[in-house]
Ligand binder design. Structure first.
Ligand code: SAH
Length: 437
């Protein structure tokens, strides 16, 4: 989501002030830090970066510095207590005001605006510009689930959905620029409900159906969904929409009923398993990934074993897993936590080893199979190879040098598997007229 927001910021300032992105901070007129506060570590990084940028500003007083995102939302003006040199402080829902903030900063007027003006932001963003065949499209923002560990409802606000027609218009604009794979985004993407049309309350499954019908769109992904919002209509979409990839990221956080309850996730272990079984019945070859929080207050060895057993039972292919981080203002921050940090780290290492092994086993089993990939470009390590992504989110490198393949689908046979990528041979591609999608 932050990546998406960052590219919107670049689009906005490109349109309003003719600004261009640079990789070189020393050459910039405006430096923006788009921040995340989901865990404490992300927050600490913000102040380190601002410290480094202070030196640049000392050398170039006209330089303007802005902090956006969830740390800005959470800290507001307090950021200036630790970093006086910050000119603009804006939240995830006020980034569309950047052009006026930059004008104010030019007159040395410091600005802080971290409000949640509903979904107004999307009405003020320019049409998206992309280069490449993959693009994010935000469909909803925020979260109203209030899991006890999570800061999102307080930093991004409650769930707000964009109007259905706006989303499909954006997908169409992207497809017209050559986008083939659309990644629908939201903090709770499957809580999407179109409230703009009282007669027909569209949900995420409707968005998927409509996006799949847009000319040029051949692949659709969505993140991140919540198990309790995983409706039958969405499960059905896996059965009926071939453009929807055979990959699903569905965060479970823990395999222990006691911990799930303390997290206020709204479902137990069995409900998660039942949901996955229904999804597997609709799409038997689906690859599954998840989020885990290790060391939530009160997590015992037995609770951890429940999580490990669930990982094996579901056969997860990938995870985003972290040690629990206490977030200010969340209910779990009040809970007593007597598990030593060292033990939490050990548990996390065990879990990650297990999932990496499962993932590697799946990669090995793919050797010899034919996979459809969307070619994204040249391999950064080997200029004689190109690379693309499989439906189950693996990078495949294959020998070829043909720029016309970029942004096209191709079939490759997998010849080898490594921990972070696969090796393949090109069999056929969209460049051939006989290739059928
Ligand atoms: N809305 C989805 C996914 C949220 S994505 C869901 O609730 O399932 C954010 C991920 O960050 C979460 O899935 C969780 O694994 C992680 N996370 C959130 N708060 C955290 C915290 N306090 N400590 C560690 N990880 C956290």
């Amino acid at each position: 989501m932050n990546e998406y927001d960052s590219s919107r910021m670049a689009d906005l300032l490109g349109e309003s002030h003719d600004m261009e992105l640079t990789d070189n901070a020393e050459e910039a007129d405006v430096l923006l830090l788009n921040t995340c506060s989901i865990r404490e570590k992300a927050q600490d990084k913000v102040y380190h970066q601002l410290g480094r940028w202070k030196k640049l500003k000392d050398k170039k007083p006209g330089l303007k510095i802005g902090v956006g995102g969830c740390v800005a939302s959470q800290e507001g003006d307090a950021i200036r207590k630790r970093a006086k040199h910050v000119d603009m402080i804006f939240g995830p829902q006020t980034l569309h005001k950047l052009p006026t903030m930059v004008d104010a900063a030019a007159k040395s007027i410091p600005i802080t605006d971290v409000t949640f003006p509903e979904i107004e932001k999307f009405d003020h963003l320019p049409a998206p510009r992309v280069d490449g065949a993959e693009a994010f499209v935000s469909v909803m923002e925020g979260c109203s689930k209030y899991c006890t560990f999570c800061v999102v409802p307080y930093t991004r606000g409650e769930e707000v959905s964009r109007p259905f027609n706006d989303i499909i218009q954006e997908v169409t604009q992207l497809a017209e620029q050559g986008v083939r794979e659309i990644h629908l985004l939201g903090q709770n993407v499957n809580a999407y409900r179109d409230e703009s049309n009282a007669d027909m309350e569209a949900d995420l499954a409707d968005v998927i159906h409509a996006a799949a019908a847009v000319d040029g769109v051949e692949r659709i992904r969505f993140t991140t969904s919540h198990p309790v919002e995983f409706t039958d209509s969405l499960i059905e979409a896996f059965r009926t929409v071939p453009e929807l990839v055979s990959h699903l990221h569905l965060p479970v956080q823990s395999g222990s009923n006691k911990i799930l309850k303390a997290m206020k996730r709204g479902h137990d272990r069995q409900a998660y398993i039942d949901k996955i079984n229904k999804i597997k019945a609709a799409r038997p070859d689906i690859s599954l990934s998840s989020d885990f929080i290790i060391g939530f207050p009160g997590e015992t060895d037995d609770d951890f074993v429940d999580t490990m057993n669930l990982i094996q039972e579901i056969g997860f292919d990938h995870s985003f897993s972290f040690v629990y981080s206490q977030r200010p203002g969340t209910p779990a921050a009040e809970l007593e936590d007597d598990t030593p940090e060292e033990l939490k780290k050990q548990r996390l290492a065990i879990l990650q080893r297990r999932i990496n092994q499962q993932s590697y086993d799946i990669s090995q089993a793919m050797i010899g199979s034919t996979q459809r990939i969307l070619v994204t470009g040249y391999s950064p390590r080997d200029p004689g190879k190109m690379q693309g992504r499989t439906e189950n989110n693996r990078i495949v490198n294959f020998p070829a040098i043909d720029a016309r393949l970029i942004g096209k689908f191709a079939d490759v046979i997998i010849t080898d598997a490594f921990p972070n990528s696969l090796l393949g041979e090109l069999i056929s591609s969209e460049l051939e007229s006989s290739y059928s999608l």
